[in-house]
Design a protein around this ligand. Structure first.
Ligand code: PLP
Length: 401
């Protein structure tokens, strides 16, 4: 890691890049499925998969071929014309979501959230009253870094540096239906929720709570927006996490793994709600470009053909069982939680950063979401053997704490 070649890039990064990330001291130059290689040729086993944007693995061959085939022809004709990749991907998304009738494409998760908030506000003010712009989200939620998405991200430390934020956001307690009821007013247009809170610490919503939330939104004509940017595309053991809750959203926001590494985001909704977006109300120059959409089509085919959602469910159960055995052995492990291959491991002490750095030295790529919590989001192509390798390493490392 700390070799000359690595250090040269790291030093230049320090000089020329805005320092918005606490970057780890490694430069990756090659990848294949669940593996990465650094600039010196060392091979790593990856348990964070580009922060959850590579459910089908790094440089998945089907995705790479689809992109290569497209970029030589035409990449982005502009959204004022029709492009067949975008239309085909929209059709496929409507089919696999089971409720979707219309799709809008952007380039990222935050952009999906912005679109979802705008659509919910426009629909509600078109159909109810002109002040109906309030949105309820949940404490610990993460919905992105742009100013609208940041207003939805109920984490004070992330928000306070950038005030004033977009007006109209209120924050309920996750898994507490009464706290949502208390915040509803005649001006509430939408509730936004991650079925499993990701960046906030890997907290799955309760089944009962999600059903109650769906009923409450129906009763009050409030739009339920599910942020499945992290949980979508097989991550939680279902193609979409809402399938586990036996509900449908009114608007679904996706991004991350849809592109297999390419930038793409989408909002998916019904004809009724989507009809509020008319020409001139929303747009994106690069959104739905053909290279990203072809990648998306290849991703969906690969996920379905290889039954990766089922694989995520089974391997997730195995992974959690193994981590539970570690928890039993070492009291420093406070909690193991998650669903599918979206798993958090919380410690009683702030040891996560040290574990991540030590793992990197041993060629394991891990991620922490706080000083005391590790989060595992491997590609869904990971094997039992890969999980065993990590668990054995964790066991030995935690023993030393
Ligand atoms: C649940 C959720 N929503 C939104 C976002 C923002 O996505 P992006 O970084 O693509 O803007 C993220 C990113 O981690 C996320 O996990």
């Amino acid at each position: 890691m700390s070799t000359d070649k690595n250090m040269e890039i790291i030093e230049m990064g320090g000089r020329y890049l805005m320092q918005t990330y606490s970057r780890l001291p490694v430069v990756f130059v090659k990848s294949k499925m669940q593996y990465l290689w650094d600039i010196e040729g060392n091979k790593y086993l990856d348990f964070i998969a580009g922060y959850g944007c590579l459910n089908v693995g790094h440089s998945n061959k089907s995705v790479v071929n689809a992109i290569k085939k497209q970029v030589g022809k035409i990449i982005q004709p502009s959204n004022v014309y029709y492009n067949q990749s975008q239309v085909m991907l929209a059709k496929k998304l409507c089919e696999i979501t089971g409720f979707g009738e219309k799709v809008f494409f952007g380039n990222s998760g935050a952009e999906s959230m912005e679109g979802a908030i705008k659509l919910a506000r426009k629909y509600s003010t078109d159909n109810y009253n002109s002040l109906r712009y309030e949105v309820i989200t949940f404490k610990r939620a993460f919905h992105g870094r742009t100013l609208g998405a940041l207003a939805a991200t109920a984490q004070i430390e992330k928000q306070k540096l950038f005030e004033p934020l977009l007006a109209g956001f209120k924050y309920a307690v996750f898994n507490d239906i009464n706290s949502v009821k208390e915040l509803i007013s005649e001006n509430t247009c939408a509730v936004i929720i991650e079925p499993v809170q990701g960046e906030g610490g890997v907290y799955p919503a309760d089944k009962e709570f999600m059903k109650e939330l769906r009923n409450l939104c129906d009763k009050k004509n409030i739009i339920l927006i599910l942020d499945e940017i992290q949980t979508g595309f097989g991550r939680t053991g279902y193609m979409f996490a809402y399938q586990n809750y036996e509900i449908y959203p009114d608007i679904l926001a996706v991004a991350k793994s849809l592109g297999g590494g390419m930038p793409i985001g989408a909002i998916i909704s019904t004809d009724r709600i989507s009809s509020s977006f008319v020409p001139g109300t929303h747009g994106s120059t690069f959104g739905g470009n053909m290279a990203s959409c072809e990648a998306g089509l290849a991703v969906l085919d690969y996920l379905i053909d290889n039954k990766l959602a089922e694989r995520s469910k089974k391997l997730g159960q195995y992974f959690i069982k193994k981590l539970m055995q570690i928890k039993k052995k070492y009291p420093v492990v406070k909690d193991i939680r998650g669903t599918g291959l979206m798993i958090g491991m919380e410690f009683n002490e702030p040891v996560a950063e040290k574990i991540v750095l030590d793992a990197l030295k041993d060629k394991l790529v891990l991620n922490k979401i706080s000083g005391s919590t590790l989060r595992f989001l491997p590609s869904l192509v990971i094997t039992k053997k890969n999980i065993d390798t990590l668990v054995k390493w964790l066991d030995a490392r935690i023993k030393e704490i």
